[in-house]
Ligand binder design. Structure first.
Ligand SMILES: [Fe+2]
Length: 166
């Protein structure tokens, strides 16, 4: 299904960031918004479906991971709108734009879910670090700071997951 082009509209604003920078910033943040919403739903998927002797600990771990990611969906969407853009924030919009691989439905053990979530969180940590550098190049230290905050949290999440596998 086609999703409206995020370039379609940038609202007028007195914000002291140039329109030429706001346009690519809105695209950048919307891309990360899609990945963030997707990652949140994948952590919930792991939370619901993990089985095995370590069920309860991993059920809780994946829920804590989802809870730590969820606030950034709102923060990123509102950064888009603060820059005059249109937030692309529905589940279908996120699905259409997300760069993350789909979550497998045929896995069950704690080890399998840990490995898939580690892979997804590592990919998200990488794209977040790239996004923060890009925001700096686009002369928006405020967005760069938001991505830096997310990066710090996601690196910690990656460490929590990998600590189970090492
Ligand atoms: Fe739950």
């Amino acid at each position: 299904m086609a999703v409206a082009d995020t370039k379609t509209k940038i609202y007028q604003s007195k914000i002291d960031i140039r329109l030429e920078d706001r346009e690519p910033l809105v695209e950048l943040i919307n891309r990360q918004l899609a990945d963030t919403f997707d990652l949140y739903s994948q952590a919930k998927q792991a939370h619901w479906n993990v089985k095995g002797i370590n069920f309860f600990q991993l059920h809780e771990l994946f829920d804590a991971l989802a809870a730590s990611i969820e606030p950034y969906v709102d923060m990123l969407a509102e950064r888009v709108t603060a820059l005059g853009g249109v937030a692309m924030g529905t589940v279908r919009m996120a699905a259409a734009q997300s760069t993350l691989s789909e979550y497998p439905s045929n896995i069950s053990t704690g080890d399998e879910h840990l490995r898939v979530m580690t892979d997804r969180v590592a990919a998200y940590a990488k794209s977040t670090r790239e996004a923060l550098r890009h925001a700096g190049e686009l002369n928006d230290p405020t967005t760069e700071d938001l991505f830096t905050e997310i990066s710090r949290e996601v690196d910690k999440n990656l460490y929590f997951l990998e600590a189970h596998l090492n």
